[in-house]
Design a protein around this ligand. Structure first.
Ligand code: PEP
Length: 242
């Protein structure tokens, strides 16, 4: 299992429903892990499932974008955590807001997926975050706490789970919270919700080359979950220079 506590900052690339075999090859040719490995940082690529195995010939780590709530059986179209492990994945994004919105992933389903990841030694990147209305109404912290309490597995620890704070209104929108607000939410989760356990928390939502540095330099931020900018190779290479 990936030893997440060995790393200073983690960058996770979420390709979403994008890519092709030729794009995967170009990506592997151009994105170098060495640059950041030396600094005790970690880069993990989450392409769509058909492209995951292609990365075996590179030294880039891979993860899934989602997994099944089921272990095996008659569930057409599903991919289990065991299968992700078989393909060489180290992590799996769970509870992404796009899964919650378009595929009805409830807190209960997310809880089951997180359990499957932990059981199969895949590190889940558990996504949480408020929508714009909840933020305007001053309920962001409560929403995040509720999401955590409803889905966190019983036997989670700072070695087997990573969180990603992704305000819904920031994902793919070009908007990001103020730097102080990111810091405040991360501190709130670490100190008040999780009682100072050493759980790593990534930030995600419209991270780009022009704004990533201030975010990743925050001591409360353990890394970045990057969607759109992670499939723009030139843009992503700039982010990997940190
Ligand atoms: C994401 O997909 O988790 C994400 C943060 O997307 P984007 O970087 O495009 O906002």
């Amino acid at each position: 299992m990936l030893k997440i506590q060995d790393f200073n900052k983690l960058i996770v690339a979420n390709w979403k429903l994008n890519g092709s075999f030729s794009f995967t090859k170009e990506y592997m040719d151009q994105i170098r892990f060495k640059t950041i490995k030396n600094q005790k940082n970690c880069l993990i690529i989450c392409p769509p499932v058909p492209y995951i195995s292609e990365f075996k010939s590179s030294n880039l780590l891979t993860g899934g974008q989602d997994c099944s709530r089921y272990i095996n059986g008659a569930y057409t179209g599903e991919i289990s955590t065991k299968m992700l492990k078989d393909m060489g994945c180290q992590i799996c994004i769970v509870g992404h807001s796009e899964r919650r919105e378009f595929f009805n992933d409830s807190n209960e389903i997310i809880h089951e997926k997180l359990n499957n990841c932990i059981e199969d030694k895949i590190i889940p990147i558990f996504c949480i975050g408020e929508n714009l209305n909840q933020r305007k109404e001053g309920r962001a912290k409560q929403v995040i706490k509720d999401q955590l309490m409803a889905s966190l597995p019983k036997d989670y620890s700072d070695e087997n789970i990573i969180l990603a704070y992704e305000p819904l209104w920031a994902i793919g929108s070009g908007l990001i919270p103020k730097i102080d607000e990111i810091s405040e939410i991360h501190s709130y989760i670490k100190e008040e919700v999780l009682n100072n356990q050493n759980i790593k928390i990534l930030y995600g939502g419209s991270v780009k080359a022009e704004n990533y540095k201030k975010i990743i330099d925050l001591k409360e931020v353990d890394g970045l979950l990057i969607g759109g900018a992670s499939i723009q190779i030139a843009e992503f290479k700039k982010i990997l220079e940190f």
